[in-house]
Design a protein around this ligand. Structure first.
Ligand SMILES: [Mg+2]
Length: 268
């Protein structure tokens, strides 16, 4: 269940942990790809270039995947570029982002209501083992940060609904309208520049490759979470391959065997 890509590498030097949210801890938004991708394929197909839907789907899947983990607006900017390339006149990317979020909200509103009312247990929308993992990392004295490409207010709300918000003593960060004000790279750089922690003291957990890449670039170590949402039982090959490509040190489908995972990351 735990694939160790760099035998000998451990997380024993880690002092600070950067978690992605969607697909890494939360499965509330799972299924978002199947909202975003068909929406984009429809828009591109409407330009009448003669490309098949299958070809368009492949193009869209590539950039959506490549930009997963960054703020959602970047995927919409890529869509606008594809429209321009085909001779179309794109709307402001914010228009596409709103269209997508409205459709996604329709899909997940029952999940949110279930959590708000207490009918649903938070564990139902957490990647298995998440809470035990967060507890284990806290018990080791690590400082935890949550950083997401989802809009800030939503990350805060959903982290609270899942009752994981309080684990993040480093802070909870989400996308802001001002793209220069926040990104996972900016957050890591700020922590390193403040001399609070060195790059090699970072451990990342993420299912989209941005957080893995950012932490690997500063010399940290990373667990790629190739969760097959929403079940999170097996490794999703598409996610795995991207995470391996960007340098993940370990690949897991979930954290259900928390003790084994902690022993693997922190031997002795
Ligand atoms: Mg994610």
């Amino acid at each position: 269940m735990i694939e160790h890509l760099r035998p000998g590498v451990t997380a024993s030097g880690a002092r600070v942990v950067l978690f992605d949210f969607d697909g890494t801890l939360s499965t509330i938004r799972s299924g978002w790809v199947e909202i975003m991708v068909p929406m984009m394929v429809d828009i591109l197909a409407g330009l009448g270039t003669g490309e098949s839907e299958a070809d368009l789907r492949e193009i869209v899947l590539e950039f959506v995947g490549r930009l997963t983990g960054k703020e959602t607006i970047y995927q919409m900017m890529a869509l606008a570029d594809e429209i321009t390339k085909r001779g179309g006149a794109p709307e402001d990317p914010k228009v596409y982002k709103k269209m997508y979020l409205d459709a996604l909200m329709e899909r997940i509103k029952d999940r949110l209501e279930g959590l708000e009312s207490g009918r649903t247990s938070p564990e139902e929308w957490l990647v298995p083992g998440s809470r035990a993992l967060l507890e284990g990392l806290k018990a080791r004295g690590l400082k935890l940060y949550l950083a997401s490409g989802t809009d800030h207010a939503n990350v805060v709300q959903e982290a609270k609904l899942l009752q994981v918000y309080d684990y993040f003593d480093g802070g909870v960060f989400g996308a802001l309208d001002d793209l220069k004000a926040f990104s996972k790279a900016i957050l890591v750089k700020q922590i390193v520049d403040s001399a609070e922690h060195k790059g090699e003291e970072f451990l990342a957990f993420g299912d989209g490759y941005v957080e893995v890449q950012v932490v690997k670039e500063v010399g940290g170590v990373a667990v790629g979470v190739a969760s097959d949402e929403p079940a999170c039982e097996r490794v999703d090959d598409w996610k795995r391959n991207r995470l391996v490509g960007v340098g993940a040190d370990w690949i897991v489908p979930h954290y259900a065997n928390t003790e084994l995972l902690m022993r693997t990351l922190f031997p002795e």
